[in-house]
Ligand binder design. Structure first.
Ligand code: NAG
Length: 196
């Protein structure tokens, strides 16, 4: 099998496993109509399955608010980014010769920082029209798209690197899930920027 295709093959697997622990939430109906809002919003993202699976459990906290939805998406993406960074860190220690893995650790670490900043910015957002709202929103767009770029850089590097195929598949699988989450969070933020 061509190693280059691993990320594509893993794409579906990532969709299934990225939000481990959220499994029950997507199938139950804890928030009634609120889950409908999450589902409808997710249907406009590039990765609706991952989106629903990861965010359904926030339905009652989100309560039909686009801003809270973006907040939940960034929070959850940050959580996934931290765990991906821990995973990549473990392999970076084990295979010190594999520069691509250390590079990936660095870029994913930056993603964690960018997402943490973004989560903080969202907490301070306020309502549309209040001072700094537009400025904070544009910061969010900048930071979350930078996080996405970092994740793609990591994926490209590890995909091309000469490392053990299982290690490669494990890292790429995790980063693909993270990339999908980040892309979805960015879609929600861009939706906020587009206005009501
Ligand atoms: C995101 O996390 C912060 C604290 O970590 C919390 O205050 C906030 O309510 C969360 N947002 C959503 C929508 O869950």
């Amino acid at each position: 099998m061509e190693l280059v295709h691993i990320p594509m093959i893993l794409s579906l697997a990532a969709a299934v496993s990225v939000c481990d622990g959220a499994a029950g939430a997507a199938t139950g109906i804890p928030g009634g109509g609120d889950v409908g809002f999450i589902r409808a919003s997710c249907s406009f993202t590039l990765y609706p399955r991952v989106c629903e699976r990861c965010l359904a459990r926030y339905a009652s906290a989100v309560k039909g608010s686009h801003c809270h939805l973006a907040g939940a998406a960034v929070n959850e993406t940050l959580r996934v980014a931290r765990s991906a960074s821990t995973l990549v860190g473990r392999y970076a220690v084990r295979s010190p010769a594999a520069g691509a893995i250390s590079d990936c650790l660095e870029t994913v670490g930056e993603s964690v920082d960018l997402l943490r900043q973004s989560a903080e910015e969202l907490r301070q957002m306020g309502r549309p029209g209040t001072p700094n709202y537009a400025w904070r929103l544009s910061n969010l767009q900048t930071w979350v798209s930078a996080a996405l770029t970092n994740e793609i850089t990591c994926l490209d590097g590890v995909t091309r690197a000469r490392v053990d195929p299982v290690v490669k598949a494990t890292i790429c699988g995790r980063i693909i899930g993270l990339k999908q989450m980040t892309s979805n969070a960015l879609a929600f933020i861009n939706h906020l920027a587009a206005g009501p």
